[in-house]
Structure formats: structure tokens, C-alpha cells
Write a protein that binds this ligand. Structure first.
Ligand SMILES: Cc1cc2nc3c(=O)[nH]c(=O)nc-3n(C[C@H](O)[C@H](O)[C@H](O)COP(=O)(O)OP(=O)(O)OC[C@H]3O[C@@H](n4cnc5c(N)ncnc54)[C@H](O)[C@@H]3O)c2cc1C
Ligand SMILES: C[S@@+](CC[C@H](N)C(=O)[O-])C[C@H]1O[C@@H](n2cnc3c(N)ncnc32)[C@H](O)[C@@H]1O
Length: 635
């Protein structure tokens, strides 16, 4: 069972310095938190000098607290005309502050007002896992892991140039300084990495030396006589830049491809988008889909992945112009007594903030919906609906300066050649060439890059448009084995059918009838008001992997020899060929975070998701499973 997240309790020492009653220690030196951060963490790591001339510089911190070191670092970066282009700050915090406490604390540091106001405005919901927030047009990226250091460090995937060790005093907070925890720092340190901490305790020095760092004492801050600086002892001297040409072909202009274009263009990549449809979306479209996370009692991988994606969409969606969406709230009604019990147990166990998810009785659910509903359920106040075509258009518009979007271009074959990857049309003509290619063409991705280990199925789905005057539509999205949306522009939408082995692209009365049955199970007495033969609808196709998770990342080379005991990092890959597809029934939720993950991989930046989540959606997982099955099978 996962531990619920316990927020920090705001308290102060007699002199006004923020103080933790739980740990019996101050959050920073009584002689000034910012000055301490500049002396110990910045100077101690040779900053700002070391980030100068770098494209990207990455800092890892243990113990985010209320972010004073982050804010001070960000301020120093802003003040430095020779700063690196992009600053990544990755930090782990077990007890984050509530936003109201954070706002109160920030008032005490007026010299950081510009930075702290921005941080407060983007402060994530207090739910476990990884959160990514971008500032200063995406050039300062904060990645926060909310949870225990011992759980979080193994989940990080990146190479840190500098490390700020900032737990409470080792005697009061030993979990932050344990040798088995600090050992992870060497794995996370880039060649040439440094570290600094205010603690010179002998066990800390020993743990860091044991982890592969050389450490030395230096002059401490304020009344503290000494502090510690360290260097990674490593034979590797450089960390070569990944994909320095920053040029990519993206195949497919659905929400997956558009999101990849947007995230890579934001990082300065030149993007060629190839789409077989003849034109980009001409408007927001009639169809709308739902976004909401999933909650499970064991906080499964699936629940964590949907949570990370949901929070990413809420955050990133605010940056996109002309997006047609409404965060009206989503009610997920229980299908039966068993599901009702599971929902209640999950909400009780996880102690999630009410702004994220709450258990509601049927009566309370009806009050949210504004109409009678069929059952108790979970209420996601920040969930809602979104028009996919508006999402595609908004992302392509955002990428415009660096994007060459070519419609009416069907890719028939791809090949790896000396210049990288080439896309060909049916006549064998070259459509485009680039060192990197991303397949974002849903179920057809594997027709271009066949795999013997996995098959992606196409699953037909039909939605029904319900004229608003014929029933009272709910005020919020309501789900129960199907969905019904609030009325918008004169109609509501109900759906959706889930039809295997069905290629019919036309809307049909039998699928409408199925949608009306779903509607009846959500809002009793409503389904019968509509004649399935008279409804209009729309058909689409989902691309579904056997485990119903997407494929995001470097494609595996399942024709090549695999190492003995393969791991995701040692699998053979098709160099330069990546995928972002098989989004199943959750593309609206997954595509944005999927694209951020892919862009982070391509740039060699910190991954925005826990390592276990990246592994769960790694396209190589099917090859890995097939090799493991083969080696474990009796001879
Ligand atoms: C009825 C229905 C309801 C849904 N409801 C929801 C919902 O409520 N919430 C949610 O999150 N998700 C929902 N989904 C799922 C969601 O729509 C999908 O996950 C999402 O659209 C997938 O986007 P994509 O970009 O991966 O694929 P697609 O939208 O299929 O885009 C792939 C693109 O690639 C292009 N292409 C293919 N092959 C080639 C080629 N060889 N050359 C050039 N271009 C090519 C295609 O023309 C297409 O434009 C629903 C799906 C359906 C069908
Ligand atoms: C000295 S404070 C950090 C101050 C912070 N760097 C700042 O600039 O505001 C130490 C932090 O470590 C956190 N912490 C304590 N034990 C932890 C653990 N096991 N895992 C993760 N964080 C922990 C505390 O909640 C506290 O916020």
C-alpha cells in the first residue's frame, strides 16, 4: 500500500525562521536562507561559472522544502548574462507545503518576489509522483518528485551536473543521508559533476566517498565554520550532446504527432511533419473527448501514469492558445457494488486532495451533475472535456516557426540511410530525410517499422451527437462504462462503442443504440428519448497495444541479437527511430506527457516521469518480455 502524501506543517522558530516541528530543525540558516543557498549550493558547486556556455545545465536537489534554493538559483540564472540556455532543476520532497502556506512563506522573502509569485501560480496539486513546471518560456524547468527520497532517487533518469544536498540535520533526519540512498547519486551524476552540502558530519562524508565522490571541507556559511564540496570520481570526462542537429521527421498529425511537434519545436528542433490527410483541421471540430485520471487502491502504474498525464495536461493546456476545452469536472460512477467498494477504498487509502479526487454519494454526484445520476462514484473536480482537433491546431500553431507541415503526404516506406531516416511515398520518391524520425501514426506505425513481438489493434469507436433540446444534459462529464458530456454549441455527446475487427468508417444505428444503452446506465430514463436511426455520429479508430499502454520512446530492433539478461537500457534499438503511438482510449490524456517524455529523451534531459513509468510504456517492453519468456521456458 502506498503511503499517502503528508504535507508540511507551517511553523516558525522564535526568530521567525521557518521550522519543522516534525523534524525539530530549521529550513535554513537563521542568518539568511538565500545567502546560505548562494554560498553553500551555488558557490559550492562552482556556479554560476560552470553553467556558462552550456546549452543545458542540470541540478539535482534533495529536499525541496519551500523552494528557497530553487528560487535563489533561478534568480542567479536570470541575473547572469552568460547563463546556460536551459536550466533543469530536479528536486525531491516528502512533505511539500500547501499552496496557502507557500504564499504566506514567500511574503517573507520579498527579494525573490518575481520568482516566487510564478512558482506559487504553478504549484502542483499535492499528489505523489513527478511534476514538471516550466518557467521563463520553458528555459527554466522544475521537475519535482513528491515522495520519499529513497523511493524517488531510483526513479530519476538523468545526469546531474550539480547536486545540492539539503536534508535536515543528519541526526534529526537520517533518512536523507543514508549510504544506501546516497549511493544513487553516483548513478545520477554526469561526468564532472559536483556536489555541495552544509553538513560536514563524518557519516555523510563517508557515505559520499563510498558512493564515488571525493569530498573536501570548505568555509561554511554564517556561524557554521565548515561545509562540504565534492566531485564525482569518474573516468568518463564528457557527456556528448545528444542529437546536436535537432532535426526530425514526425509522421502523423493527430494529437500524438502534433504534441511531438510542439514539444520539439519548443526546444528549437526543426520539424518536418508528414500527414496523409489533405489538410490541417479547419476548426475545433464537432467531436470532444474526456480527460480524467484513474484512481486505484494500490496506486498502480496505470494510476500513476494517468495522474502524471492529467496534471501535465492541466498545466500545459494553459500555455496553448485557442484550445477548446472545459474543466467542468468529471464524475466516474461505479458500475456495480464491487466497483463502488473499490472506489471508496482507493479514496480512503490514498488521502488524495479533494481538488484531485473525492468519493461522492449518488446524491452528491447528482448535485454536481445537475441531473439525477445512477450511482455513487468518484468526482474529479479538475477533469473535463476537450476538442481533439482544437488540441491538434493549437499545438501546430505553437510549433509554427520551426515546423514544416506537409499534408497530403502518405508515407509508404521508411529506411535508415547514412543521413539518418528517409520517408518515401508510394512512387518511391523521397518525402523527407532527417537524423531522427518519430512514428506518430497510430496503428499504422508498425506497418512502417514491423515488429515480431507486438501487434497494435485498431478498435472502432462511434460517438452519438444528442440534440440539447431533447434532454437535460449534465453540467459535468459523467462516465459509467461510457460517457455523456455537457451540452455545448447546442448538442451533447454520448459514447463510445468499442468494436474489434470492424473497419466500418461510417456511423451506424446499431452503434448509436449501444451508446443510448450506455447513456441509460448513466442517466436513467434518458436513453429512450432518442431514436438511434435519427442520430448523427462520428467514427474513429483507436490504436491499442496488448497491455493497453502506449508505446513511447526508442523503437527496439527485434531483428538484432539481444544481450543475455536484457534490460531496457541494453536492448538493441533502431537508432534514431522513435514512437509515440498506441494511445488507445486515452490519447487526449497521454499525448502531451508522452511528447514531453520523448522530447526529453531526444535532448538527453531529465525524464518527466518516474523511471518505472518510462519502462512501462517503453516500446522495447515487448521484445524484453519475449526474450525473458524464451530464456525462462524449460528446454
Ligand atoms: C470514439 C472515440 C472516442 C474517444 N474518446 C476519447 C476520450 O474521451 N478521451 C481520450 O483521451 N481519448 C479518447 N479516444 C482516443 C483518442 O481519440 C486517441 O487515443 C487519439 O486520437 C490517438 O491520436 P493519434 O494521434 O495517436 O492517432 P490518430 O488520431 O489516428 O492520428 C494518426 C495520424 O497519422 C496519419 N497517418 C497514418 N499513417 C500515415 C502514413 N503512412 N503517412 C502519413 N500519415 C499517416 C493519419 O492520417 C492520422 O492523421 C477516443 C477514440 C475514439 C475512436
Ligand atoms: C532543510 S529542508 C530543505 C530546504 C529547501 N532546500 C529549501 O530551499 O527550501 C529539508 C527538506 O527535506 C525534506 N525531507 C525530510 N525527509 C525526507 C525524505 N525522507 N525524503 C524526501 N524529503 C525529505 C523535508 O520535508 C524538508 O523540506
Amino acid at each position: 500500500m502506498p503511503d499517502p502524501l503528508v504535507p508540511a506543517r507551517l511553523a516558525f522558530a522564535a526568530d521567525g525562521t521557518p521550522f519543522s516541528e516534525a523534524y525539530g530543525d530549521l529550513y535554513h540558516s537563521a542568518e539568511g536562507g538565500s545567502a546560505q543557498a548562494r554560498h553553500v549550493f551555488l558557490q559550492g558547486n562552482g556556479l554560476p561559472q560552470r553553467w556558462r556556455g552550456r546549452r543545458c545545465f542540470t541540478i539535482l536537489e534533495t529536499g525541496f522544502g519551500f523552494g528557497l534554493s530553487f528560487l535563489t538559483t533561478w534568480q542567479a540564472w536570470r541575473e547572469d548574462p552568460a547563463r546556460c540556455a536551459r536550466l533543469h532543476f530536479v528536486s525531491i520532497e516528502k512533505h511539500p507545503f500547501q499552496d496557502s502556506d507557500l504564499a504566506f512563506l514567500f511574503k517573507k522573502y520579498p527579494h525573490l518576489e518575481s520568482e516566487s509569485t510564478r512558482l506559487a501560480a504553478r504549484w502542483p496539486m499535492l499528489v505523489p509522483g513527478m511534476h514538471r513546471i516550466e518557467f521563463d518560456r520553458g528555459n527554466v524547468v522544475l521537475t519535482l518528485f513528491f515522495g520519499d527520497l529513497a523511493e524517488g532517487l531510483p526513479q530519476l533518469r538523468f545526469a546531474a551536473d550539480a547536486i545540492f544536498l539539503d536534508g535536515f540535520a543528519p541526526a534529526k533526519n537520517p533518512a536523507m543521508w543514508e549510504p544506501r540512498v546516497l549511493r544513487h547519486l553516483a548513478r545520477l551524476a554526469a561526468p564532472g559533476a559536483t556536489l555541495a552540502t552544509w553538513s560536514v558530519a563524518a557519516p555523510v562524508r563517508a557515505a559520499l566517498e563510498g558512493a564515488g565522490f571525493s569530498v573536501e571541507k570548505d568555509k561554511g556559511f554564517g556561524t557554521k565554520r565548515e561545509m562540504l564540496r565534492g566531485n564525482l570520481i569518474s573516468r568518463k570526462k564528457t557527456n556528448p550532446e545528444k542529437n546536436p542537429l535537432r532535426s526530425v521527421i514526425v509522421i502523423g498529425a493527430g494529437i500524438a504527432g502534433a504534441a511531438v511537434c510542439e514539444r520539439l519545436a519548443a526546444r528549437g528542433w526543426g520539424v518536418t511533419l508528414l500527414e496523409r490527410q489533405s489538410a490541417p483541421p479547419a476548426g475545433p471540430g464537432r467531436h470532444a473527448g474526456v480527460f480524467h485520471p484513474v484512481v486505484t487502491r494500490d496506486d498502480s502504474l496505470f494510476a500513476r501514469l494517468t495522474r502524471a498525464s492529467f496534471l501535465h495536461l492541466l498545466n500545459h493546456g494553459k500555455n496553448l492558445e485557442n484550445l477548446e476545452w472545459e474543466r467542468c469536472g468529471v464524475l466516474q460512477l461505479a458500475r456495480d457494488g464491487e466497483e463502488q467498494a473499490a472506489q471508496r477504498a482507493a479514496i480512503d487509502a490514498l488521502a488524495l486532495p479533494p481538488g484531485y479526487a473525492q468519493y461522492v454519494t449518488r446524491k452528491a454526484a447528482a448535485a454536481h451533475a445537475g441531473v439525477p445520476v445512477a450511482a455513487d462514484g468518484i468526482w474529479f473536480p479538475s477533469g473535463g472535456w476537450i476538442r481533439p482537433l482544437s488540441l491538434v491546431a493549437a499545438q501546430l500553431a505553437s510549433a509554427a516557426g520551426r515546423l514544416e507541415a506537409r499534408f497530403g503526404c502518405e508515407v509508404s516506406r521508411i529506411a535508415r540511410e547514412s543521413a539518418g531516416w528517409t520517408a518515401y511515398d508510394h512512387a518511391g520518391r523521397t518525402l523527407a530525410q532527417a537524423p531522427v524520425m518519430v512514428l506518430a501514426n497510430a496503428a499504422e506505425a508498425l506497418t512502417l517499422a514491423p515488429s515480431r513481438c507486438v501487434r497494435i489493434r485498431r478498435v472502432r469507436g462511434q460517438v452519438s451527437f444528442l440534440p440539447a433540446g431533447k434532454f437535460t444534459a449534465p453540467r459535468v462529464v459523467v462516465l459509467r462504462g461510457g460517457f455523456v458530456l455537457p451540452a455545448h454549441r447546442g448538442e451533447s455527446i454520448a459514447g463510445a462503442s468499442y468494436d474489434f475487427d470492424d473497419d466500418d468508417a461510417a456511423a451506424r444505428a446499431d452503434s448509436h443504440a449501444g451508446n443510448l444503452e450506455r447513456l441509460e446506465r448513466i442517466l436513467p430514463g434518458t436513453g429512450a428519448r432518442f431514436d438511434p436511426a435519427a442520430l448523427e455520429g462520428l467514427v474513429g479508430f483507436r490504436a491499442v497495444a496488448p497491455d493497453r499502454l502506449p508505446l513511447i520512446g526508442a523503437l527496439a530492433d527485434d531483428g538484432a541479437a539481444t544481450p543475455r539478461n536484457p534490460q531496457p537500457a541494453t536492448l538493441p534499438r533502431l537508432e534514431g527511430l522513435y514512437g509515440a503511438f498506441a494511445y488507445g482510449s486515452r490519447g487526449l490524456l497521454w499525448a502531451g506527457l508522452g511528447a514531453e517524455l520523448l522530447a526529453s529523451m531526444l535532448e538527453g534531459e531529465p525524464l518527466p516521469v518516474e523511471g518505472r513509468l518510462a519502462d512501462a510504456i517503453d516500446p522495447g517492453r515487448f521484445l524484453l518480455r519475449s526474450v525473458r519468456r524464451a530464456t525462462s521456458a524449460p528446454a
